[in-house]
Design a protein around this ligand. Structure first.
Ligand code: KG4
Ligand code: ZN
Length: 366
């Protein structure tokens, strides 16, 4: 079957055409039009600006994905669209476009949960085969700009959220810290790169002795690391980095000292943020006797997190391909494929009238 998938939940307008034949999977197109440059000016995603850009790009992006896959709309068997969670003005563009396509082409339409799709990005392998041999129960760690969740998956499409952030998501914390340090947007890749190229001994490069002393006893907090549950909190860590940086700037650092300080802050922040994820994941694996560990979401591209998982997670684990960690429509298509397999004949038939009832839901839960 051929699926056309559409994603507009945040700041990427994306469309993809994927053909599924038993365990063979062929990504025929995967178009992502990013709005990073527009939102960078504001240091974060501005929902109405995002909607305006989606509106401008949605038809060209869908056309490009059909053209590149050499597919006509008539040849598509199923249209899939993200209907939540996400920014409502942004979601409305993708859902409206796909409802219109479905209505005029009389093709079935299926609504997909964005978080679930991030998890299903793990089912893509490098060699065009569907990876469907992960043993259940699966523990999935979702780390993105909007979510930090631990999800227990007992079987395909059977989820239980066992813990989540009580305030900021981890990706949001990376972005806010990059903003505090005036490093640019989005902060995740920038902080991660700086942190990875920094060694502890770089503190010796700092000339100002008072600043050097600040770093000597520095250990950023690991909020809720021993809370006994599987919830997270990242706002305290962010505030603590902010106060540390404020204190440091009152000591009038030279340009060079400031540069080294930012690198060290990035490194110590990343270590704190990731240690919490690892500890909670280990505890959840034990408590729920999970057989497979999956990582998902934009922050899954983080190399330090991947290394820490490789070193500390003692059950089989898997990461999505790097290019499918951030928002994309290929993950919407693969999620739709599994949803579709699970429907009864009648439910499948009803999908052609889904355009009447499908609604965007910014707080959609698994
Ligand atoms: O999944 P995603 O593309 O969008 C949401 O659904 O939120 O995640 C975006 C988030 C941003 O906060 C971005 O800074 C973060 O993922 N991110 C990273 C890295 N690459 C992207 N965070 C840490 N390290 C990275 N390498
Ligand atoms: Zn996402």
């Amino acid at each position: 079957m051929k699926i056309l998938a559409i994603e507009t939940s945040c700041d990427e307008t994306a469309a993809s055409v994927i053909s599924f034949l038993q365990d063979k999977i062929d990504i025929q197109s995967n178009i992502v039009s990013s709005q990073i440059k527009i939102h960078a000016e504001w240091g974060g995603v501005v929902p109405n600006l995002a909607a305006r850009e989606h509106l401008k790009n949605i038809i060209p992006v869908i056309n490009e994905s059909l053209d590149q896959s050499k597919t006509t709309l008539e040849e598509i068997n199923l249209i899939a669209v993200t209907y939540g969670p996400g920014l409502i003005p942004a979601l409305l563009i993708g859902t409206s476009a796909s409802k219109t396509l479905s209505y005029f082409s009389n093709k079935p339409l299926i609504g997909i949960n964005h978080v679930e799709a991030h998890v299903y990005a793990n089912y893509f392998s490098e060699n065009k085969k569907l990876l469907n041999d992960f043993e259940f129960p699966i523990l999935a760690l979702i780390v993105s700009g909007g979510h930090t969740q631990l999800i227990l998956i007992k079987d395909h499409l059977k989820y239980k959220i066992i813990g989540e952030t009580q305030d900021d998501a981890i990706g949001e914390a990376f972005d806010k810290i990059a903003k505090i340090l005036k490093l640019g947007y989005p902060g995740g890749p920038i902080i991660s790169k700086l942190a990875d190229e920094t060694k502890n001994k770089e503190v010796d490069l700092i000339k100002n002795t008072e600043i050097k002393k600040l770093f000597e006893n520095l250990k950023f907090p690991r909020p809720m690391i021993g809370s006994g549950d599987f919830n997270f909190s990242y706002s305290g860590l962010k505030t603590s980095v902010m106060y540390f940086f404020k204190k440091l700037t009152t000591l009038s650092p030279s340009e060079k000292d400031l540069e080294v300080s930012k690198k060290l802050i990035a490194k110590y922040f990343q270590e704190a943020a990731v240690e919490i994820l690892i500890k909670k994941s280990q505890k959840a694996i034990e408590e729920y006797d999970a057989k497979t560990f999956l990582l998902a979401g934009g922050v899954a591209a983080n190399s330090y997190l991947r290394n820490q998982i490789s070193e500390n997670i003692k059950i089989p684990f898997h990461f999505p391909p790097l290019e499918l960690c951030g928002d994309n429509a290929a993950m919407i298509a693969i999620s739709a494929y599994y949803q579709y397999q699970n429907l009864s004949k009648k439910e499948k038939a009803n999908l052609t009238s889904n355009w009447k009832t499908l609604e965007a839901d910014s707080n959609l839960r698994l």
